[in-house]
Design a protein around this ligand. Structure first.
Ligand SMILES: *Cc1c(COP(=O)(O)O)cnc(C)c1O
Length: 386
């Protein structure tokens, strides 16, 4: 549930009146402000993170016969784009932090590997240093999927400041929104130029078109239609100003959850890791099977009965029929994702939540766990968490 303020609304109306309905001056402003915020040279605004990821693959000439490594615990878009390029998706396991496992990446690298797409899951950075060093050593490109992680920091630098290229999402559920929308960041001048050209049909203009007119352009390769519009940038410019506030409210809510649940041995909670403060796009908890009889699916249903929406991020990609049937993974390929998937759920967390909303979630979670345990334990849970 996004927060949209009066400034966003007024800015969209301004664009409707001034007539720039496609990419215009506001897209340029948004790109410049975003690049500045992240601490990178170039930001290229596009119509989704999915498009951003596909453009990155295209700009690196990744296609048939190439292998791209993707964590299995992600949204389908991360791998679908590899399939769109007719390249081969190589799924790898995650670690206990739910982030891509650098050792699994190393084992998966072959002479055909061209890229790895680490996901900064849930708003927390993955072990980026290990991934970048490994990729560097092996001559493999790193395309970061930062859909959850606009504003997330790693070693006190913003995600998107380091590495070759990073893709962000401004889908309404993400840390900031433009309705639909996405952004690419890179500090590589040539890559930035190629991404720009590919994002609009492959149109290239040179000095001759400056003299003769904008109708004069050339196509060297068939590009995509993926540009952001000024209507979207109107929203994005103001959302970007609010982003740090959004993230601090997310962290505040997460802290209230974590304080309330810390004495519940039935749940493993998300935590900040050294150099990797959590931006809490997601608050994903894991049920400890040995301590709790409650099934995850039942938990979600009971929360729903209490009027609380929770979800699962994500069904591992190797379990989806397309990927399962195409690649026929051995049963032992994804031990952590297999063990964790049936136990994870994400509790509601968005900046607009009031403290009252948060407390309602807390008491529902407590009641449901309590009811699933025996009475003696139940009273101890209530005592310790009240
Ligand atoms: C949301 C999401 C995407 C896709 O973002 P869109 O902007 O909707 O295209 C990609 N990867 C991950 C991990 C996501 O959660």
């Amino acid at each position: 549930m996004p927060y949209i303020g009066d400034e966003e609304i007024a800015e969209v109306i301004d664009s409707l009146r001034n007539g720039f309905l496609t990419a215009g001056p506001k897209v340029k402003i948004f790109e410049a402000q975003f690049a500045d915020f992240i601490g990178t040279k170039h930001a290229i605004a596009v119509n989704s993170c999915t498009a951003a990821l596909e453009l990155a693959l295209a700009a690196l000439d990744i296609g048939p016969g190439d292998e791209v490594i993707v964590p299995t615990l992600t949204f389908c878009a991360t791998a679908n784009v590899v399939e769109h390029r007719r390249a081969t998706t190589v799924l790898v396991d995650v670690g206990e932090d739910l982030q891509i496992d650098a050792e699994a990446v190393e084992r998966a690298i072959s002479h055909k590997t061209r890229a790895v797409i680490p996901v900064h899951y849930g708003g927390q950075a993955c072990d980026l240093k290990s991934v970048l060093q490994l990729a560097n050593r092996k001559g493999v490109a790193v395309i970061q999927d930062a859909a959850h992680s606009v504003g997330t920091e790693y070693d006190q630098r913003k995600i998107g400041a380091d590495g070759l290229v990073t893709a962000f999402s401004f889908y309404p559920s993400k840390n900031m929104t433009t309705g639909e929308g996405g952004m690419l960041t890179t500090s590589d001048n040539r890559l930035a130029e190629r991404l720009r050209v590919l994002s609009l049909h492959g149109i290239r203009r040179d000095s001759a078109s400056k003299e003769i007119g904008p109708w004069l352009y050339e196509i060297y390769e068939p590009g995509y239609k993926a540009k952001m519009t000024d209507l979207q940038a109107s929203i994005g410019i103001h959302q970007l100003r609010r982003l740090e506030g959004f993230i601090s409210r997310r962290r505040e809510i997460a802290q209230i959850y974590s304080d309330a649940f810390k004495n519940l041995p039935e749940l493993v909670l998300p935590v900040d890791l050294p150099g990797r403060p959590h931006a809490y796009h997601l608050y994903t908890v894991r049920i400890v099977a040995e301590r709790c009889r409650l099934q995850r699916d039942t938990f979600i249903q009971q929360l729903k009965k209490a009027g609380i929406g929770s979800s699962v991020h994500f069904i591992p990609l190797h379990r989806h029929p397309y990927y399962r049937d195409k690649y026929e993974y051995p049963a032992t390929s994804f031990p952590v994702a297999e063990a964790f998937f049936p136990k994870i759920l994400s509790l509601p967390l968005y900046p607009k939540m009031s403290d009252g909303d948060v407390l309602r979630v807390i008491s529902a979670v407590r009641d449901i766990i309590c009811a699933a345990q025996n009475a003696r334990h139940c009273s101890s849970v209530q005592r310790r968490t009240s």
